[in-house]
Design a protein around this ligand. Structure first.
Ligand SMILES: Cc1cc2nc3c(=O)[nH]c(=O)nc-3n(C[C@H](O)[C@H](O)[C@H](O)COP(=O)(O)OP(=O)(O)OC[C@H]3O[C@@H](n4cnc5c(N)ncnc54)[C@H](O)[C@@H]3O)c2cc1C
Length: 305
């Protein structure tokens, strides 16, 4: 069966599910903060857990494991586009507090989470200021800044896996949260403070970001640190800063960012990535590992039979 006919069949089956929004051919310009790359042929946006569970059953019957996207702030979408359906959990954005614990849905933005905590006099998430993210992306990437990682604050997560919702604590390592399934929500353990004090810390962090980071579209830091040494230290020495391929440029402001300076494609971005990796390896013997995620059609998106 051709991919197109298969997608139409899936779309038709999904269209019977109440509380499921389906969108066709959604551009990476909308879905990612890099604002370049291919289209997602079928986006699935469930409004509630029932719709999500039913959609997953339809996909599983077709032997498809969907991809997931949050704010797309660490994501590059293959220029050829993706025929694997992509899930958005934007509607899972509920947020509440129980004492000093904050429980946030996976679609809740990092900034909303931080602001909600601040308004309730709860400190610990100020490092999220200026990080575009959803709770799902923060946990999956174990996002961190200014010496704090999401790992330090997460006490428990709710995940959906094969029709079952369970509570787990992911295994965290540097820029990686390992869990099976779809993250539905996360619980954060915070300390009490005053909204004024928390706001001061947020302002400090935002000011620091403004000074150091570019404002053009990007997917954040491109490479992970190598044994604690920031990737920018190596890239700076290569003299590649400012180099452009197509519409992508190694940022002059922060060389571990690749920015979209005008209609950059995923391929422009990935060519620069490869060039940096090869140069840094040749000059310093260091192996730079990507921090970003590439969404593409892959055999791994199929359920194992
Ligand atoms: C200007 C800028 C500054 C940044 N600064 C930082 C920084 O200081 N520190 C830092 O760590 N990162 C930073 N980033 C990168 C990015 O913001 C983080 O990695 C963020 O956590 C990504 O969240 P997201 O929702 O956009 O995830 P996406 O990019 O949408 O997804 C990332 C991965 O998470 C998976 N995922 C998302 N939701 C779920 C879910 N519900 N269940 C299972 N898997 C899921 C996706 O499948 C994908 O593999 C920055 C990015 C930008 C553009």
């Amino acid at each position: 069966m051709s991919e197109n006919i298969r997608l139409k069949k899936i779309e038709q089956e999904l269209s019977h599910i109440e509380g499921l929004e389906l969108s066709r051919n959604v551009s990476a310009k909308i879905l990612t903060t890099f604002k370049g790359g291919g289209d997602v042929q079928l986006m699935i946006s469930p409004k509630n857990l029932t719709a999500l569970t039913l959609a997953m059953r339809v996909l599983k019957a077709e032997n498809i494991s969907p991809l997931i996207i949050g704010k797309g702030a660490n994501t590059i979408i293959d220029d050829r586009g993706i025929s694997t359906p992509v899930l958005s959990l934007a509607a899972f954005s509920e947020i509440r507090k129980i004492g000093n614990l904050v429980v946030a849905g996976s679609g809740c933005s990092g900034v909303e989470l931080m602001r909600f905590s601040k308004n309730n006099g709860l400190t610990g998430l100020e490092f999220l200021a200026g990080i575009p993210a959803t709770v799902g992306g923060l946990v999956f990437m174990n996002a961190g800044a200014f010496g704090t990682e999401i790992n330090d604050k997460v006490v428990e997560c709710e995940v959906l896996n094969h029709d079952l919702v369970s509570k787990i604590k992911p295994e965290f390592s540097y820029r990686k949260g390992v869990f099976e399934g779809i993250l539905l929500s996360a619980t954060f353990n915070l300390d009490f403070s005053t909204p004024e004090e928390i706001e001061r810390e947020i302002e400090r962090n935002i000011a620091m970001r403004r000074k150091k980071q570019p404002t053009e579209p990007s997917c954040g830091s491109v490479f992970k640190a190598v044994d604690g040494v920031p990737a920018a230290v190596f890239i700076e020495e290569t003299g590649l800063k400012g180099l452009r391929i197509g519409g992508a440029e190694i940022s002059k402001k922060h060389c571990n960012f690749i920015v979209n300076v005008g209609n950059a494609t995923a391929s422009d971005f990935l060519k620069l990535v490869e060039l940096i990796q090869t140069t840094v390896h040749y000059e310093f013997g260091a192996k730079l590992e990507p921090e970003f995620v590439v969404l593409k059609d892959d055999e791994k998106n199929l359920y194992e039979l």
